[in-house]
Write a new protein. Sequence first.
Lengths: 284, 268
Amino acid sequence: MILDVLSYGFMQKALIAGIAVAIICSFMGIFLVLRRYSLFGDGIAHVAFGGISLGLFLGIVPLWGAFIASVFGGLGLQKLRSSTKVSGDAAVAVVLVSGLAVGVTLVSASGGFSVDLFSFLFGSILLIGLEDMIMITAISAGIVWTLLVFQKQFLHLSFNEEQAKVAGLNTTFLNYLFVILAAVTVVNSMRLVGILLISALIVIPNISAMLFGKGFKKTVVISILMSVSSVVTGIFLSYYLNLAPSGTIVLIAVALLLGTLACRSAGLIAKVTIKEQSKIVHNY
Amino acid sequence: MSMTKVLQVEKLSIGYDSHVAVDDISFDVSEGELLGIVGPNGAGKTTLFRAIFGLQDYKGKIKLFGFEPDKYKSLIPLVGYVPQKIAFEPNFPATVYDIVSMGIISDKKIVKGAKLIQQCGCCWNRIYKKIDKAEDKIHESLKTVGLEHLKNRRIGELSSGELQRVFIAKSLVKDPLLLILDEPVTSVDVESQTKFYKIIEKLNKENGITVVWSSHDLDAIKKYASRVACMNRKLFFHGEKEKFFADENLLKTYTESAMQMHMHDHNH
């Protein structure tokens, strides 16, 4: 039965693009979570909404509007955060509502909501065309490559920015690169779960993975596995049960998080660590 | 001992909005030295170190290996810094190995720094071995600080003594010429303190790394340091440790000012 569904072109495209997005959201997401930028994705997504509205208003490709707006929004957010006068969460709030306000105003000026806008707000992975799929996958590959090249530096930056600076890293360059990558990740992922739920894919699989108590590489792999399985299961379930894919995907990710929490409480995950710890204490 | 100056601080003053943290301090550190900096809490030791790494605005001059701050960027990667406390998320998903590997820097950066340093006459080649495999270097550093058995442990699960050793190991992977330690054993139990001091002594004597180390532990300074600097915003003393510990007035001044600061802390 599953194989039958796989023969549909729209399903193939949805799965390929979905898996690509799942990978970049969790890989980029781990750095966002570690740097306490969890809601950064949300802020950027709302700025992207402003960009999409601007695109629709001006009659240009909405996605380009979203890319441009989110990169500038991200840089603005970084600037606000780095000034000591505004706290991080307040900066996200300012950028988020500004983006949303621009979007709502432009939408009303151009005569109300359209189908296009809805697909960006709530995701429309089953409706994407071949071109969209190629673009999403190619951009994802670029993001993964950049993250692989800079992962050590980003980990250092996430661990302690001052230490990274003392170690001779160019933190200003890395911070800007980080924000641009995050912005591109968010916009590239909007078609899957939509603007309103994008933070879920960035944050939830990483929180679940971190509960396993592993080192960096293993945590990234666990996070990607969780994210990919949520997306794939979500797409299938939403097809068979006729549900919205975005909501289904996020609910599965939440269920995985709850399952991981339960396993941890039951001692199924953390047990090993405690055992090792007592062994080491005896050795001393 | 060669007399090449690794660190020179000239007429350094650092002020915050309302008070002066460091007041007109001058001293230098020669290659191979183990300088102990003593002073009460709030004496400006941390502020001084932060200025050396460009994390703090200052008046005066700081020279690293004889170079002014504009050449710093090439040299800073060759200096190890272990701050008093490094804040990080308790469930940060990194093992000891991950953290130490952050200290690895590219050969290109090392060579750039080496070329500059040779101009100041440091015997840098004595310490620097080309890193063939980063992995070996990480293991070697972990071995030096006695933490090889914990390499797969998450850092959030370590004791504060172990953590400080991890950060030393992180500094060691790049073969630093100068190691700056800011009260490294403040929250560490006595047994681990001794272990820590032995490591520092070995790094200084056997590996030839110049060490600048701030501490409240006068006994340890007396035992391990070659020279002493005593400061409380101003520099009261800088010279051979024998002179410092023989001067009862100086010791009295230090103890009294430490005591005053202590009382001050308690009253607020």
